[in-house]
Structures are given as structure tokens and as C-alpha cells.
Ligand binder design. Structure first.
Ligand code: FES
Length: 110
């Protein structure tokens, strides 16, 4: 019970974050600070940009791979490491899509 209470409290302490998507945002990979948005048409994936090796921010692509600038780990667009030293995948972030008057927003807790 104690463990559940702690977890619940942590969930409540996370602030909602949002990303308003430009209407002409092209498909592909977009780096937005702590998150990486992978867009394919109306399909979106949100990944943490924090490298699972030592926590550097991933902010570049090479070919179709996400590259960590610190020690060269590479991840595919699902967040799975394809080259070390990182061995753990990038966490995928749950989000909800809000669409109002043609404006598309991605909202998540983080
Ligand atoms: Fe990303 Fe080391 S922190 S490879």
C-alpha cells in the first residue's frame, strides 16, 4: 500500500507538457528538448531524448538512426538501441492527442 501511495503521489507531481504542432509539420523526426517526436502522417510516437547510457540529450539523426552526441549510441526510430554503449531502449512516452479547430496538440505528463 505504501508503495502504491508513493507512486500515485509521483504521478500527481508530474506537470502536463504540451506540444502544439505546426499545421505543416513534415513527417519525420523532430527534436523538442526532452522529447523526440516521430511523425508519420497521422501517426505519432513520442520518445524521451535522454540517452539511456549516461543521460545526454539526443539531438541528431544520421540516416534513419537517432544518435547520442556523447558516446555515439544509436537508436532506431522505435527507440531500440542498435549501437552501444547504450543497451536500454529510449522510454516511449504516453500522450494524448487534442485537436481543436484544426490545431493539433500532443499532451503528456513529464
Ligand atoms: Fe549517450 Fe553515452 S550518454 S552514449
Amino acid at each position: 500500500v505504501w508503495d502504491q501511495s508513493v507512486r500515485r503521489k509521483q504521478e500527481f507531481s508530474l506537470a502536463e507538457q504540451e506540444l502544439i504542432l505546426a499545421p505543416d509539420l513534415p513527417d519525420g523526426v523532430h527534436f523538442f528538448g526532452r522529447v523526440i517526436l516521430v511523425k508519420e502522417g497521422r501517426s505519432f510516437r513520442l520518445l524521451s531524448s535522454k540517452c539511456t547510457h549516461l543521460g545526454c540529450r539526443i539531438n541528431e539523426m544520421e540516416g534513419d538512426q537517432l544518435v547520442c552526441p556523447c558516446h555515439g549510441s544509436r537508436y532506431n526510430l522505435q527507440g531500440v538501441p542498435v549501437k552501444g554503449p547504450a543497451v536500454e531502449p529510449l522510454p516511449e512516452i504516453d500522450f494524448r492527442l487534442e485537436e481543436t479547430g484544426g490545431v493539433v496538440k500532443i499532451v503528456w505528463k513529464g
